[in-house]
Design a protein around this ligand. Structure first.
Ligand SMILES: *Cc1c(COP(=O)(O)O)cnc(C)c1O
Length: 248
């Protein structure tokens, strides 16, 4: 599916993304090791993902439960942490929990409630990020910014989930100055949650920034950037396809 990129290019692409992260952190006066790289691997084959893992990457994010399942034969043998970053339907909870240690796309109370029941049943806990729609675009999932604090309170009240921070998908725009407010708003919500004691300082990550806007996100405080295209090449379909509830 990622036809315009050769597997052999992946290590060099990764090195380039690492350089961009370093440059952006340095411009922002932040240590580069404050920013983790998560590889967004939707549509990427397990073999290509392995090349990135062999090059030293340890964190990947998938958008679809089906892809986690398809790639598990190889990935479960590798030293990689898998996160879920796509829209999660409640009927997929049981399945997704077989593969991931973290769900970054916890965006609604109903999902939190059902996750809690399943986690209780399995006698385990799970890392989560609360996803907030800070771009106000209707096509994006995520809690409304005004509902984010309330959702954090709810999730915290269940003992089964460790809140690691907040996640957002920025506004789609080639102009960084138009994207910036959606990242800044996530940071402001994070700071409010910290002040109100809803987040622990160790669990106050900001997962924001992708291939096109990672520098802006890092300037605004990102601690995890999620990068796909810059490492693995263009995908066949627009992101709206992968983010569509019906296609999940
Ligand atoms: C695909 C995806 C990314 C990465 O996007 P690129 O533009 O390919 O870097 C990041 N976050 C989410 C939730 C995604 O679905």
């Amino acid at each position: 599916m990622n036809t315009d990129i050769h597997t052999a290019d992946i290590p060099a692409n990764l090195a380039h993304v690492r350089q961009r992260i370093q440059a952006a952190a340095s411009l922002a006066g932040r240590p580069a090791d404050e920013v983790q790289l998560l590889l967004a691997t939707k549509t990427v084959t397990a073999e290509k993902i392995k090349v990135a893992i062999d090059a030293g990457e340890m964190l990947i994010g998938e958008n679809k439960v089906q892809e986690l399942k398809q790639k598990d034969y190889l990935l479960h043998t590798l030293p990689v942490q898998r996160h879920f970053i796509g829209h999660l339907q409640t009927n997929k909870i049981k399945e997704v929990l077989k593969y991931v240690t973290c769900i970054q796309s916890l965006d609604r109370a109903e999902l939190a409630e059902k996750l809690d029941s399943r986690l209780q049943y399995e006698g385990r806990s799970l890392d989560v990020f609360v996803q907030v729609n800070t771009s106000f675009e209707e096509s994006k999932f995520g809690a409304h910014p005004d509902a984010a604090i309330g959702l954090l309170e709810k999730v915290r009240a269940y003992g089964t989930m460790h809140i690691k921070g907040l996640m957002t998908i920025g506004l789609f725009d080639a102009d960084p100055e138009k994207v910036r407010p959606s990242f800044r708003l996530l940071r402001e919500i994070r700071d409010t949650a910290l002040r109100e004691g809803l987040l622990h300082p160790d669990g106050a990550h900001l997962s924001m920034g992708m291939s096109g806007d990672l520098a802006t996100a890092i300037e605004e405080g990102a601690t995890i950037v999620r990068v796909g295209t810059s490492v693995f090449g263009k995908r066949q379909y627009p992101d709206s396809y992968y983010w569509n509830e019906k296609s999940n």
